[in-house]
Design a protein around this ligand. Structure first.
Ligand code: DCP
Ligand code: MG
Length: 440
C-alpha cells in the first residue's frame, strides 16, 4: 500500500482529518440543558404561537428517527414529531413527541470557538469550513501510526472539555476524510488508509461523492451510475460531455483523486459580533448592556486569534433596515478589551434615543504580527471619530466605505454552515444572529 502510487494525491504522505460535530445546534442545547440528552430534540424557528413558517436547523438523532431533518419546513417537522405539550419539561415519558428549541447563534458560535481552540492545539494547519466542521492536516503531528487512537482521544477531549460530540474521518485526501467522518455518525470515527480510498468509495451511493448533489445523482442514475464505484468506472469523456468540466471532477473524486491540500484561511480583515433584539429597543441601559457584551466577545475573539486592532466600530440598525456604522481609529494597533468596550459605548452615545433592532461591534485594521503589545497611553485621546459621513472608513475589502449608511455586508458576512468553500467568510468574521433563511 504505497501512498506514492496513488494518482492525484497532492502530497502522497498527507494525512487529513475531517472533524464534524454531531447534530451541532442540538448538542449545544444539550450542553446547557443536560436533561435534553436522549430526547428527540428539534432546533429551529417558527414553531411557536401559531407560527407556521420557519425551518428546522437541526434535529437530534432521536428526532431524525421520526423523519425530522435539517432544512425541513417546521410545519412538516411538527407533523412528524408533535411538540410535547409540557414542552419545557424534558424527561417525561412521551416517546412520540419532541422538544423544540429556538436557534441561538451567539451561543453556538461560542461553543464552536471552544472546539476550534482545541483543534488548533492538534495541528498548525486547520481549515474551518463551517460553524461545526474543520479539516486538519495531521501529517506531521500524528501521521498514520496511532491515528485511530489520536482520533478517539480527540473525540473524548471535545466531549469532556467542550461538552459536544464529534465524529472524525481520517484519509489521505480531503474528500475522503469528509465522507469518512460522516460514515459512522454520531460519535464515530473512520480511518481510510492510503491505498484504501478507491475501495472505500466504491460502495457508497453516488450522492456521497463530493460535488454530487441530488440533481446530478438523478441524472447519473439515468446513465446507470448509482454507486461511487460505478462513477469511478464510468467513461470520463461521457461524463464530461454530459456535465462539462464538473463531470471529470466528480469522476476524479469518485476515484479518490483529490489534489487539494488543507490550507488555513487567511487572517480575517476584521472581527465582529452582532446581535438582534426581538423587538426594537429604546432603553439606553439595555442597548449599553448589549454593546458591552458584544465588545467583550469581540475582544475575546481577537485575543484568541492574537490579533491587535487599530479601528473599533459599532453598527446600529434602526427599524426597519437603517444601518448606521460608526468607527474610531487609533494611532496604533492595540489589544485592549476595556478600550473596545469604552469606545463602542462612546460611539453608541449618538444613538441614545434611537429605537434599535440590532447592534454590532467590530474591530478592524487587524495586525497579526507577533511582538510587543503597543502601549496604550494616549491612544484613546488621540483617536479620531469617523462618523460624519465625510471621512471614509476602510473596510475589510480595502474599499473605502462611507461611515453612516453602509451595506450589510460590512458586518453581515455570516458563517453559514455549508460545504467546503462556503461557510466562513474569507475577509471578515462575524458571529451574527444568522437567519435560518441563509441555510435552506
Ligand atoms: N444547519 C442549519 N440549516 C441547515 C443545515 C445545517 O441551520 N440546512 C446548522 C445546524 C447544524 C449545523 O448547521 O447543527 C451544522 O450542520 P451539519 O450539516 O453538520 O448538521 P449537524 O451537525 O446538525 O448534524 P450531523 O450530525 O449530521 O453533522
Ligand atoms: Mg455536523
Amino acid at each position: 500500500m504505497d501512498a506514492a502510487r496513488l494518482p492525484g494525491t497532492a502530497r502522497p504522505e498527507q494525512v487529513v482529518a475531517h472533524v464534524d460535530m454531531d447534530c451541532f445546534y442540538a448538542a449545544c442545547e444539550r450542553r446547557r440543558e443536560p436533561e435534553l440528552v436522549g430526547e428527540p430534540l428539534v432546533v429551529g424557528m417558527g414553531y411557536e404561537g401559531g407560527e407556521t413558517h420557519g425551518a428546522v436547523a437541526t434535529a437530534s438523532y432521536e428526532a431524525r428517527e421520526h423523519g425530522v431533518e435539517s432544512a425541513m419546513a417546521i410545519s412538516e417537522a411538527l407533523e412528524r414529531l408533535p411538540r410535547r405539550a409540557d414542552a419545557e419539561t424534558p424527561g417525561s415519558d412521551h416517546p412520540e413527541t419532541g422538544i423544540y428549541r429556538p436557534v441561538d447563534m451567539d451561543y453556538y458560535e461560542s461553543v464552536a470557538e471552544e472546539v476550534r481552540a482545541l483543534l488548533h492545539e492538534q495541528s498548525e494547519t486547520v481549515r474551518e469550513v463551517s460553524i461545526d466542521e474543520a479539516y486538519l492536516d495531521i501529517t506531521d503531528t500524528v501521521g498514520w501510526d496511532g491515528v485511530e487512537r489520536w482520533a478517539s482521544e480527540l473525540r473524548d477531549s471535545i466531549e469532556s472539555e467542550v461538552g459536544v460530540v464529534a465524529s472524525v474521518g481520517v484519509a489521505p485526501t480531503m474528500s475522503a476524510a469528509k465522507v469518512a467522518s460522516d460514515r459512522e455518525k454520531p460519535d464515530g470515527q473512520v480511518v481510510v488508509r492510503p491505498g484504501e480510498v478507491r475501495q472505500f468509495f466504491a460502495d457508497l451511493p453516488v450522492e456521497d461523492v463530493h460535488g454530487v448533489g441530488p440533481v446530478t445523482a438523478r441524472e447519473l442514475a439515468e446513465l446507470g451510475i448509482e454507486s461511487a464505484g460505478d462513477l469511478a468506472d464510468a467513461d470520463p469523456e461521457t461524463l464530461e460531455g454530459r456535465f462539462g468540466e464538473r463531470g471529470r471532477e466528480i469522476w476524479r473524486y469518485a476515484r479518490g483523486e483529490d489534489t487539494r491540500t488543507v490550507t488555513p484561511r487567511g487572517d480575517p480583515k476584521s472581527l465582529s459580533r452582532e446581535s438582534a433584539f426581538t423587538d426594537a429597543v429604546e432603553d439606553g441601559e439595555e442597548k449599553r448592556r448589549k454593546v458591552t457584551t458584544l465588545a467583550r466577545a469581540v475582544a475575546d475573539r481577537a485575543h484568541r486569534k492574537e490579533a491587535r486592532y487599530q479601528t473599533i466600530g459599532i453598527k446600529v440598525v434602526e427599524p426597519p433596515f437603517d444601518i448606521n456604522t460608526r468607527a474610531r481609529s487609533l494611532p496604533g494597533p492595540v489589544a485592549d478589551a476595556d478600550l473596545v468596550e469604552s469606545i463602542a459605548l462612546d460611539l453608541l452615545g449618538e444613538f441614545e434615543d434611537s429605537a434599535v433592532r440590532k447592534l454590532g461591534v467590530r474591530v478592524s485594521n487587524l495586525d497579526f504580527s507577533a511582538g510587543e503589545q503597543a502601549s496604550l497611553g494616549g491612544f484613546e485621546a488621540a483617536g479620531t471619530t469617523e462618523s460624519d459621513g465625510s471621512d471614509a472608513v476602510t473596510t475589510e475589502s480595502g474599499e473605502p466605505e462611507q461611515a453612516g449608511q453602509t451595506s450589510l455586508t460590512a458586518f453581515d458576512e455570516d458563517g453559514t454552515p455549508s460545504s467546503d468553500d462556503g461557510g466562513r467568510p474569507e475577509h471578515s468574521e462575524t458571529d451574527g444572529q444568522a437567519s435560518l433563511g441563509d441555510f435552506g
